[in-house]
Write a protein that binds this ligand. Structure first.
Ligand code: NAP
Length: 430
């Protein structure tokens, strides 16, 4: 029997498990520090994007195969070390994603009211680490930094009415806080221009259909229309949305302004954020931005930095600090130790990008481990955890948690998520 441990039960973890479980004589343990599986599908993908979240049914199919086991509520680094896992399994695959925000390295970024997108997204999606975030929503101005899809998610969630969350699984604390929000002006800052956005057309197009909010683009920021022909088709579609927002400004109570060529250089306020100092930029020939020296201030009671994520390092595991991911040769970190998904590539691509990645790493692992080295595997992990009084949450347990969440749902909503580990364990009678 060959034994493989996957650390992280998000898309990269389950796509890798899907490939591995098709092999003979293999036992795959998918370990997660939370009692609930699916990583970013549960706590990252926007709650009003249920069709994307539906991919978890595919992961469930993998989780229910005989040779895959979910080992929840087990923290690698605390309950068991990487070295211990390496001693027990033929291969250990790090599918830990990139849950930390890239730091916003400007003066004032540590003021209360400046929040990274990992925290804000985790808050509205019920990640137990961020349930108590309590973001300040009492001022009309919010600045969202970054021109990627996360910035769009954040702006859209801030702008929606309670009714627009029908059918979503946004958690109750976020739903209630957003219902009482005073936010009226959302400024999305891009340090480069409309042709350099990292926003996909579907997500951008959604902003044009919000009940009480309208997107606004300054026509002066748009390059000549003929230049769009040079863009790849998806990007051209995205820019077409921006052109349409610029050409058809709609008066609604909440505005979402795209502020291009705008780089935040400082955040100021008396004990909490009150304004963002922004410097106008221009682009160099290589399309990088540089400041022009011209600055202006934007009033804001909340700043959300959506400038990308990092994988947290693990002591003893080679790491690329500049890229915020594990150092690997196409996925091989050290003999027997692998990375997959964002932990390998960095935080780019969609959920689906992890499918070929997981398949490739799964096949690589199968080739490397051959028939296995007769390691202890699952029984070894179980004995080790039992000796430490650690009781894992099984996939069957997770389904009981899920049933309780579904049973608690009101108004046709898919579920009412538990937002603390304690509540999840209470649902199991622990
Ligand atoms: P992203 O796509 O890498 O975008 C990051 C943005 O932050 C870029 O516009 C970047 O500008 C900007 N930025 C970086 N450092 C900055 C700084 N110091 N100051 C100002 N701006 C800065 O990252 P993301 O939005 O976090 O998304 C991560 C991945 O998840 C992406 O692949 C995304 O497509 C995916 N995602 C997909 C969906 C969906 O499909 N619905 C939803 C959410 C996320 P520059 O270009 O100038 O560096």
């Amino acid at each position: 029997m060959r034994h493989v441990a996957i650390v992280g039960s998000g898309p990269a973890g389950y796509y890798t498990a899907e490939t591995l479980q098709k092999a003979d004589d293999i036992a795959v343990d998918v370990i997660d520090r939370l009692p609930v599986p699916y990583g970013l599908i549960r706590t990252g993908v926007a709650p009003d994007h249920q069709s994307i979240k539906a991919v978890s049914r595919r992961y469930e199919g993998t989780a229910l195969t005989d040779n895959v086991r979910f080992v929840g509520h087990v923290s690698v680094g605390t309950d068991v070390t990487i070295d211990e896992l390496a001693g027990l399994y033929d291969a250990v695959i790090l599918a830990t994603g990139a849950p930390n925000d890239r730091p916003l390295d400007i003066p004032g970024a540590d003021l209360p009211g400046v929040i990274g997108s990992a925290a804000f997204v985790g808050w509205y999606n019920g990640h137990p680490d961020f349930a108590d975030l309590n973001p300040p929503l009492g001022a009309p101005g919010v600045v969202v930094i970054g021109n990627g899809n996360v910035a769009l998610d954040v702006a859209r969630i801030l702008a929606k009415t309670p009714g627009e969350f029908a059918g979503s699984d946004i958690v109750a604390h976020a739903r209630d806080a957003l219902a009482g929000s005073a936010v009226r002006h959302i400024q999305i800052l891009g340090r480069r221009g409309p042709h350099q956005i990292a926003m996909t057309p579907k997500e951008l197009g959604e902003l044009g259909h919000l009940e009480r909010a309208s997107p606004r683009v300054d026509p002066a920021d748009l390059p000549p229309e003929g230049d769009d022909a040079l863009l790849e088709p998806g990007m051209r579609k995205s820019v077409t949305h921006l052109r349409s927002f610029a050409a058809n400004p709609v008066a609604k109570p909440v505005t979402i302004d795209f502020d291009f060529f705008a780089m935040p250089v400082a955040i100021e306020g008396d004990g909490r954020v009150q304004r963002v100092i922004v410097e106008r930029t221009t682009l160099d020939a290589d399309l990088t931005s540089h400041g022009t020296g011209e600055t202006y201030a934007l009033d804001a009671g909340l700043v959300i930095s959506c400038i990308g994520y990092q994988t947290p390092p693990i002591p003893g595991v080679p790491y690329e600090h500049g890229r915020g991911r594990f150092a690997s040769d196409e996925g091989r970190i050290l003999p027997g130790l692998y990375a997959v998904g964002w932990a390998r590539r960095g935080p780019s691509g969609t959920i689906g990008t992890n499918k070929p990645d997981g398949a490739r790493i799964g096949e690589m692992v199968l080739e490397d481990i051959g028939r296995g080295a007769g390691k202890a595997g699952r029984p070894g992990l179980d004995a080790l955890l039992a000796s430490r009084d650690v009781t894992p949450v099984t996939f069957r347990d997770w389904r009981r948690i899920e049933e309780a969440e579904v049973a608690a749902a009101l108004d046709g909503r898919p579920r009412e998520k538990f937002t603390s580990v304690e509540a999840m364990l209470t649902a199991l009678g622990r």
